[in-house]
Design a protein around this ligand. Sequence first.
Ligand code: NAP
Length: 530
Amino acid sequence: MGSLPFTVSDLQTSTSGTRSSPTLLCTPLMGTTVDQMLIEMGKAKEIGSDVVEIRLDCLRNFNPRPDLQVLIERSPLPTLVTYRPIWEGGQYEGDETKRQDALRLAMELGADYIDVELEIAHDFNNSIYGKKPENFKVIVSSHNFHNTPSSEAIGNLVARIQATGADIVKIATTALDITDCARIFQIMVHSQVPTIGIVMGERGLISRLLSPKFGGYLTYGALEAGAISAPGQPTAKDLLDLYNFRLIGPDTRVYGIIGKPVGHSKSPLLFNAAFKSVGLNAVYVHFLVDDVKKFFDTYSSSDWAGCSCTIPHKEAALKCMNEIDPIAKKIGAINNIVRRSDGGLMAFNTDYIGAIAGIEDQLRGLNGTNPAAGSPLAGKLFVVLGAGGAGKSLAYGAAQKGARVVVANRTYERAKELADKVGGQAMTLAEVDNFHPEEGMVLANTTSVGMKPKIDETPISKQSLKHYCLVFDAIYTPKETRLLREARETGATIVYGTEMLIRQGFEQYKNFTGLPAPEELFRQLMEKHA
Ligand code: NAP
């Protein structure tokens, strides 16, 4: 198919979690008392963070010398001390001299880093000139809570921060679109000084996840989902366990799922575990995308190796492709995109392959035929209930395998349109109960009838199920729908919607990597996280 094949150099020498980049993982401590912060630092160490950020502005009664002494001395991890004023998005409202005095004291008491805001950095750095302990570093930060400026404006900002004598530059902007992250990546890659680049907000998530790929000095990971210090911050645990943060480096290929919303997708869990299990230098992230064309135009290099595509982009993404698999084109929807070796994008629809492969395997078990004998669907009467996205996938897939397709839909016109395209017969859903020209037919429900919460509903009477040898239901919430339960009771073989879901994942993995999918691992993870 011409996609970029993985080579030996893409395989990491270890699958045990060895670091691929020096990017640090810093966990902000947001406790309101010193005792709370001490507990939090222990947890941060346990999770695997490298640094803790002591947010002095979160403390309710802060007593600089004794509190800093305890917090710095008792920290099991290197410390970054921040005392963020309200005018830069923090909580401190008091006297500015006292604030800066506390930061200087933190330096004297052995903090590893302090974070000072660009507005005061010049004077502050002058005040500590010649007094900085060895290995102590000043991070000079700038926060923009409105947007992400142009590359030129960010470049100028970096220069201003550097001119203050910063050891480390920190720029935090706000994502209005996922493509805003590209400008921060560009800055991090080209910066001559260590740089922390963060794009805040849920559309900026990849700026945090991919920090090690683009040479970021540090990224922030929260202790818990509800304890974030800035919008869009992931948890340290997710960075480490879900996204394999330690394995990400400059050459890591980036995959992901584009959608809106997309945060609920379990695909990163499956693909990252799969990549790690075979030592592939790749990561799979959530891409919250508003404008598909802008996304593909921006992330167009070979680093961005492919993606899965979900609602609402399955149709819009078609227009951005250089090549479309012929069946995906007929179905009119894609869910799997791979960057070819020439940089172009090739799209597939793996939904239909997943469902059809699941049905074929069960039929083979039923008939005792082997895969070499051709598709057991050839010549079968295959009744598809529904004519939406899933209906199209099943109808085209079955027709391609030589089945005689019947499409039954609540709205007859949609059934007719799809049936005509696949050379099949159309009817209304109401007519299906009395349709049994022969025995041993295959039934595939792709309507949402019976889906949670309306689990007592079913699209076809139990009585008529006796004419079918196999019943498939695309619905996977619940796993066993009323339709499948009644089909089983009637003696038909059943195929769960989860089979379609998981097998389409196998196909995507194969298209992405050119390797067979670790099927057992996928199944175990699906079972565990369903
Ligand atoms: P869709 O494009 O919106 O199509 C929905 C279909 O259901 C249409 O044919 C619609 O008929 C029919 N329908 C909806 N409500 C109905 C009702 N009350 N009575 C009769 N028919 C009704 O949705 P889709 O993307 O195809 O998804 C359909 C189902 O498949 C969902 O349950 C989804 O979760 C599942 N699915 C599963 C997988 C998987 O991997 N297992 C993948 C994709 C989808 P009209 O044309 O008359 O509106």
